[in-house]
Design a protein around this ligand. Structure first.
Ligand SMILES: [Zn+2]
Length: 140
């Protein structure tokens, strides 16, 4: 149901001029580590796909340790996707987020989102990611 999923192998479309380069944030998303951890351990501000692939496949000690420690825990990043227009972004999940039935950009109309199933009542949570409203349909 929820429109949140682990990022894992997600690969955002990249612009032509930057086809070979990814940012530190993108690298952190792809490695599923916090940006601060990437910075602290010397992941550069920009790197190539090949450099990232090399780190991913042959992780340095700090990354191997981090991965070993994270077994079974929640993902560091989740992909937020609008149910109406498909806009999508990676975000760090917050502890206070409930399980969302849908996510929609804040500027879509209420009637653009699928209606709640019969018997469920809807609540909305503002301020998810940079532009989303979280929609929670639950038994009244
Ligand atoms: Zn949207």
């Amino acid at each position: 149901m929820a429109r949140i999923r682990a990022v894992g192998a997600h690969r955002p479309a990249e612009r032509l001029s930057l086809a070979e380069m990814i940012t530190r944030r993108q690298a952190a998303v792809r490695l599923d580590i916090p940006v601060e951890m990437a910075q602290r351990n010397g992941i550069p501000a920009r790197m190539t796909e090949a450099e990232l692939a090399a780190i991913d496949q042959n992780p340095p000690a700090w990354l191997a340790q981090s991965r070993a420690n994270r077994t079974g825990k929640k993902p560091v990043w989740v992909q937020l996707t609008c149910v109406v227009c498909g806009y999508s972004e990676a975000a760090r999940p917050k502890k206070w987020w409930p399980e969302f039935t849908y996510l929609s950009c804040f500027d879509h109309g209420y009637d653009e989102v699928p209606p709640p199933a019969e018997g469920l009542s809807r609540a909305e949570v503002d301020g998810i990611g940079t532009r989303f409203v979280g929609i929670v349909d639950a038994p009244a």
